[in-house]
Design a protein around this ligand. Sequence first.
Ligand SMILES: [Mg+2]
Length: 460
Amino acid sequence: MSLHPGVFVNRTLNMKRINYIGLDMDHTLIRYKTSNFEKLAHNVMLKKLVEQQGYPESVLKLKFDYSRAIRGLVIDKNKGNVIKLSRHAAIRASYHGLNRIDYKKQKTLYKSTYIDLGDSNYDPVDTSFSISFATLFAQLVDLKDHSENHTLPDYATMATDLAVVLDQAHRDGSIKDVIRNNIEDYIIKDQEIVDGLERFKKHDKKVFIATNSDYAYTKLLLDYAITPLLKEHDHWSDVFEFTITLAQKPKFFTDNTPFLKVNPDDGSMTNVTGKVEKGGIYQGGCANRLTSDLNLDADEILYIGDHIYGDILRLKKDCAWRTALVVEELREEVDQFQKAQTTTEKINHLMAEKVPIERKLDDLISDQIENDHQNHKDKIKKLTEDIQEIDKSLSPLIKEHDQFFNPYWGEVFRAGIEESYFAYQVERFACIYMASLGDLFKQNPRTYFRSHRKSMAHEV
Ligand SMILES: [Mg+2]
């Protein structure tokens, strides 16, 4: 049993040493009804493709399917494929549009099993709408392959067009306006998170927000999901040390952008001449300036976000703040992992039977080769049949195992026997990770999170 249920530790983190906790807003402090949210992005992108990029109206018929993609996939723009990678960037599953590419075909398509992620043809889907983005790309590829009229552009252009309309949707407010008008359809009110904010504050943990959202949208969500749930404070601004909007992460962690002060009454802005102050609402800024204004060591600050590239990866590379990642898929993955346990045990049991037979078979064949005789012919035949029998029982079990997870892609954190590329990034860049901020807030604010000693191949 884990010492800290719900919080998983990659690197030792002593919460007593943490004085400031920075929070990303969207999907970290504020939880979304993700399936609704991704569906909205899918709809908005489709409309913009038709209205602004001249796509045929037939694309509007594409229905959003939440299970079509998971986080951490990579798009092969030229070939129109979506790929799942292992921790070593080896291809472990691939689809052309909506159709699974079998292993043989995959081998002819990709000379090497390994993908060079530095190649600009490969697009890791780590936008804030990775599910809808990957799904829509796959659907458009499928539509292009199967439609009579050939008005859709080539695969790579479609990927670029999608990125353009998604970026526009963020900027012109077409997604945010829908949320503003139907907020209860998209935003979760989470008492556990709000209670945790007040509890951590009692321990003198100074909590601040650093979000890429603008002030108006930040205010909308905090007014809706934080203020009404507070028990010991009147307003969200009493809980947060300061609030940084339009932070432009990941640039926030690398560049030296100056802070602007936002007037909460009318949203107007002024230059900041002095230091960042308690209670202030800001726009822009950077981590360096914040650390020095507060007179802190970088490792006294813990930053918590949900976006592996924007919140965590660049931060870890360029700035010494400690990191925590919220991976909302984790809750289901852990639940399903437990439900799949019986199947996993059956698989392990059969593998334990298979391995010694394989070894015996190898020894007999070697003996025949080396001593140039045919004495083991019957035994070899029998052992080969035994292995085939075991494989016959194994294959439905492996399918059964995968059905506990995403029907197209399996587990988010695993690619077969190895970790997925996504899992590798989580492990490498996040000091701790959890399904929800509430999982961290349930822990004692003085917790010493210790990582397990990890075994290397030669140590087990
Ligand atoms: Mg976020």
